[in-house]
Write a protein that binds this ligand. Structure first.
Ligand code: HEM
Length: 188
């Protein structure tokens, strides 16, 4: 394979890694909002609660797939040199180690949440719910990771997107906190 082909592939991987990172952030924000809507019992005739729950689950599966593609693209990108282990080990990267590690931690939490949700019947409600609360931790970790490691994060439209995600998630979480601990739990 010629050097030009490898360089070209690496450039494409770099574009895709940035794009998938941003899509993952938007999806993760959507998951937080949809997760909060469940216990708040926000539902309409058109969007009954079971539909919101199903959407929350489907967006979660889509998000973890997009993050997996993000990680594969990072591996293919010759510029950043991040080893495969850094996908799940928070100390595995030599490129911006701490902040790439935040991304790995967010990914680990997402995997834990999806696995425990798939095994929810066997696990029992209390254990599942305990792990599910980590959804809230995965989101700020991912935001911090994207802001510091991203090549595009200083661009106005990327900053605007990130601020919009933060504002939307903050409103959803504040509504949830206000509505109270009494209202129940996140539902997958
Ligand atoms: C929940 C999981 C994750 C989310 C939501 C996420 C999201 C993002 C976002 C939004 C960016 C900034 C894109 C830009 O502005 O250019 C980014 C960049 C980056 N991410 Fe992630 N990420 C996640 C997990 C990971 C993991 C596990 C790794 C480790 C391999 C990783 C490695 C990187 C690297 C190296 C960059 C810098 C790419 C560049 O701009 O050159 N991410 N990520």
């Amino acid at each position: 394979m010629s050097i030009a082909v490898v360089a070209n592939a690496s450039t494409w991987a770099w574009y895709f890694s940035r794009a998938t990172g941003l899509v993952a952030l938007v999806l993760l924000t959507g998951i937080v909002v949809l997760g909060v809507l469940g216990p708040l019992r926000v539902a309409t005739e058109r969007w009954p609660r079971f539909a919101i729950r199903a959407l929350h689950r489907d967006v979660s599966l889509l998000a973890i797939t997009v993050v997996a593609i993000h990680v594969i693209m990072i591996m293919l990108d010759q510029y950043v040199h991040v080893p495969l282990s850094a996908a799940v080990l928070p100390w595995g990267s030599s490129f911006k180690p701490f902040w790439t590690g935040m991304g790995a931690l967010a990914f680990d939490l997402m995997i834990a949440i999806v696995v425990t949700s798939l095994a929810r019947m066997r696990l029992g409600y209390t254990a599942w719910r305990f792990v599910h609360w980590f959804a809230y931790a995965a989101w700020p970790l991912a935001v911090a990771h994207g802001l510091v490691t991203g090549s595009d994060s200083r661009k106005p439209w990327v900053l605007a997107l990130t601020v919009a995600c933060i504002a939307i998630a903050a409103i959803a979480v504040a509504m949830r906190a206000q509505n109270g601990t009494a209202a129940g739990s996140l539902e997958a």
